[in-house]
Design a protein around this ligand. Sequence first.
Ligand code: ADP
Ligand code: MG
Length: 348
Amino acid sequence: MSLLQLRDVAVTYRTASGEVPAVRGVSLDLAAGQALGVAGESGSGKSTLAMALLRLLPRDARVTGEILLDGEDVLTMKWGRLRAVRWASASVVFQGAQHALNPVRRIEDQIAEPLLVHGLATPAAARRKVGELLEQVGLPAWRARGYPHELSGGQRQRVMIAMALACSPRLIIADEPTTALDVMIQAQVLALIRSLIAEHGISLIMISHDLSVLAAMCDRLAVMYAGRVVESGPAHEVSRDARHPYGRALAEAFPTVGDPASRLAPRGLGGDPPDPRNLPAGCSFHPRCPVSLPMCATREVELWPVGGGRTEEGLPASHAAACVHVLPEGARAEGPDVPVAHSTEGVA
Ligand code: ADP
Ligand code: MG
């Protein structure tokens, strides 16, 4: 069974200036031990989706759909159960997380805290465990006695990874874990994450705007645009043979891991992603799309298998893209009001 199943997950922020539909109808599966990459430009809803997984969103966010962790819906869990799940089953490493470390507390105390709070270790055992964790992330155990300001950005990010590993989670959600680091350090931290998840059989959801980073780290990729998954599939296939024009643009923008030039100015992507409060009608990508057709201004196509069928659960098999160009002729010819590609039979 899948470790994590998302079914039609939507997140809307209610703000003074109106509703912000940040995530719209996302369905994804993550098998145990698998690494899933979520790609997309800034504002595409990646962090919102990541935070929804453990209900870490602010109160003004309304979440609908199902988020099944081991078959249990995170969205309807009682508070006590949710807290247990947050520590025992899943951990999050956030973007710029190294700044979340408390500057006036010893590293040791910060890593040991969840172990002690949840009664998972005695103080002596927790201290030993902290030493082991630091060594696992490539830092000497004596660093435990020090303070965050004594460490470089890359070392602080290693401490954050040690914290994420402390309670032996089955899933780690890493939101742009290396974006703030320089290229060399980025490569080292990515290699570290990759070896740790393989060694411990941990599932990973890794979020980045950089498709090349994800392609190097993940088994599967999901590309988000304006709150939707517009393409998903095996990582090598999506990165080499993207079938959604946006997936293709992202792949071209980030050809090699950590390429400093493409990090500064993504190639091949003109214009800006839309404001979710004011989404274009039809396919949200059509105003920027180099191959848009007139019907794209009125048609929003659901994920459609690229040369394949659907799984038993009714989800697009393996590689899928939400673009009129992947629809078979017959489906493309249907009227603009019919969501032709949306086959929900069997979707739980
Ligand atoms: P990403 O991580 O892909 O950059 P986010 O999930 O941070 O995207 O943001 C998705 C959209 O939701 C953006 O338009 C952003 O402005 C909006 N958003 C994020 N957080 C909030 C919030 N707390 N209140 C209102 N809008 C928000
Ligand atoms: Mg983000």
